[in-house]
Write a protein that binds this ligand. Structure first.
Ligand SMILES: Cc1cc2nc3c(=O)[nH]c(=O)nc-3n(C[C@H](O)[C@H](O)[C@H](O)COP(=O)(O)O)c2cc1C
Length: 527
């Protein structure tokens, strides 16, 4: 199956949704928490409240002095990225929320830590258990491992368990796993920056190597449990000082592996399209895969309010409803968009080693001083001509907003109806201040199938930026994975398949669900 085949198969259409289970089999609802029974554990401290870094500094790339790498700071890194942020309760049912969002709150992403010996933490490969804010040591490596780390730093491995999403969403689940992985990359990048650390996605590491480093290919340890699919490695430390992943994977092979994975559901429904697209989009070993030259970044306009980064990361939530009244100030709107632009000077975009291939198509509903209508934020100017040519002749493409912000108005109109329609009739796309689709260049996905995943990761990184920027602006965001793909393309006049909308998002004045009770993330634990 090619990425193009899978993409067509997993499209939602107004008259036919992508193949799904048709109902929820509650008896087989996957366990949201993976654990490895028998692996030694280290419970991480909870000390993010003590972190003084302000969000205004993090988003601008003004980092505090780098924290030392030890068990306490590793705890803070996870506490602010992949950890629980709260429990919600309604009529006796409880579910956890996390700093990183997830389609349907199903959380397919599992995080791993690869480290040399640190104060309070032995060297090896560790799996993170968000429920307990603990690390499980999967691999105690053979001698020589620490030498592969030439400089201080941590490797974070991200993997997906597609079954968690497929249980509810069927064939489209692979897409959601990739979005979630992108959100997790950005969540880690932001949290690292709050500790004074740079981060970068390691380009060019093949999937088999990630699997062998993280022990994902150890048949016996997974037995009848759902496998973790290798996604990506993120290096936290000085750029260009990442360890040799090949050498680490070799050491891991001869290390002592511990623990067996829990089974998440008693029974499974097979989604062959997901197994096929996972296989087809694994990155093969390549001799050369150079990152693109980093873009110089614009200096961001400052934030008017001052909030601790640790507070903001944990207060992030998805709006389930919008008030249909709140208006966003023009400055705040421009600030939010500006933060999504690529650039070498700030997180999370500095962790993305490739040029931007995702642009935003905006449905502006309620922004002070800006007419309602359809807009484009062009995140890479090199695509300007191609996009103008590919879309409707009648679009105006008039430059609006501050100079240097590549924002164009295509048409002034009330776009609430069409925004709701293309986002699977969800009112959250119309009752907000603005919603958007992320238009990605898919021209290379069949020649280089692994880049299909990368397009979604880039969307997820943009999405996490929008979530946090919205919180900082006093409004709230929600990712939207359910949309009618080709209705968006038709609206824009995109005839062929090169440009495809991969993810939607909406930002506005949220209305909370007052029926829910909120409980602390780790209420039964002392820091
Ligand atoms: C990739 C992705 C797709 C999503 N799609 C939708 C959607 O179509 N509609 C919706 O109401 N929420 C959507 N959400 C929001 C999730 O339901 C939400 O993240 C999850 O319930 C966890 O809640 P939290 O974000 O408040 O932590 C999506 C989130 C992500 C990350």
């Amino acid at each position: 199956m090619t990425p193009t085949d899978y993409h067509a198969l997993s499209k939602h259409r107004p008259d036919r949704y992508a193949p799904g289970p048709g109902g929820l089999d509650w008896a087989n609802q996957p366990d949201p928490f993976r654990t490895f029974a028998g692996a030694p554990r280290v419970v991480l401290p909870l000390n993010a409240d003590a972190l003084e870094t302000r969000f205004a500094d993090v988003r601008a790339g003004r980092l505090p002095p780098a924290a030392p790498f030890d068990v306490a700071t590793v705890g803070t890194l996870f506490e602010l990225s992949l950890a629980l942020s709260a429990w919600k309760e309604y009529r006796g049912t409880r579910w956890a929320l996390r700093c990183n969002p997830s389609s349907g709150n199903l959380h397919p992403t599992e995080g791993y830590l690869v480290t040399r010996e640190l104060p309070g933490l032995a060297s090896g490969v560790w799996h993170y258990v968000s429920r307990d804010h603990a690390l499980e040591q999967r691999c105690a490596p053979s001698s020589g491992w620490d030498d592969a780390f030439a400089a201080p730093g941590l490797l974070i491995g991200l993997t997906s368990i597609a079954w968690r999403e497929a249980w509810k969403y069927g064939a489209r689940a692979f897409r959601y796993c990739q979005h979630d992985c992108g959100h997790a990359i950005a969540a880690i990048s932001y949290a690292a920056a709050a500790l004074g650390w740079r981060s970068a996605v390691l380009s060019g590491v093949d999937s088999a190597r990630i699997a062998s480093l993280l022990g994902l290919d150890r048949e016996a340890d997974f037995a009848d449990a759902e496998r973790c699919e290798p996604e990506v490695l993120v290096w936290i430390g000085e750029p260009d000082a990442a360890p040799d992943v090949g050498a680490l994977a070799e050491h891991a092979r001869t290390g002592r592996w511990q623990g067996s994975a829990n089974r998440l559901s008693r029974e499974h429904v097979d989604w062959p399209a997901i197994a096929e697209i996972e296989r087809a989009t694994r990155r093969p070993p390549l001799d050369v895969d150079a990152p693109d030259a980093p873009r110089p970044s614009r200096v961001l306009a400052g934030l008017p309010n001052d909030v601790a980064a640790a507070t903001l990361f944990r207060q992030r939530r998805s709006a389930v409803d919008f008030d249909g009244r709140t208006t966003l100030g023009q400055d705040a709107f421009f600030r939010i968009l500006e933060a999504t632009l690529p650039g070498a000077g700030r997180p999370p975009v500095w962790s993305w080693p490739y040029r931007a291939r995702v642009h935003l198509v905006l449905f502006v509903h309620r922004v002070d001083g800006l007419s309602s209508g359809l807009y484009v934020l062009l995140r890479e100017s090199a695509d300007h001509t191609a996009l103008v040519r590919a879309t409707r002749l009648e679009w105006q493409w008039s430059k609006v907003g501050p100079s240097g912000l590549p924002l164009y108005r295509l048409m002034a109109a009330d776009t609430r109806g069409v925004a709701q329609l293309v986002s699977c009739h969800q009112a959250i796309a119309a009752e907000s201040c603005f919603s958007l689709g992320m238009l990605a260049d898919l021209s290379a996905i069949d020649a280089a199938p692994w880049t299909y995943r990368e397009r979604y990761w880039e969307c997820g990184i943009v999405g996490q930026t929008l979530y946090l920027e919205a919180e900082a602006a006093g409004v709230r965001g929600t990712g939207i994975g359910c949309f009618f793909d080709d209705e968006v393309h038709e609206l824009l006049g995109l005839a062929r398949s090169r440009w495809q909308s991969l993810y939607h998002f909406t930002v506005g004045g949220a209305v909370d669900d007052a029926r829910l009770t909120t409980l602390p993330a780790y209420g039964n634990r002392n820091p």
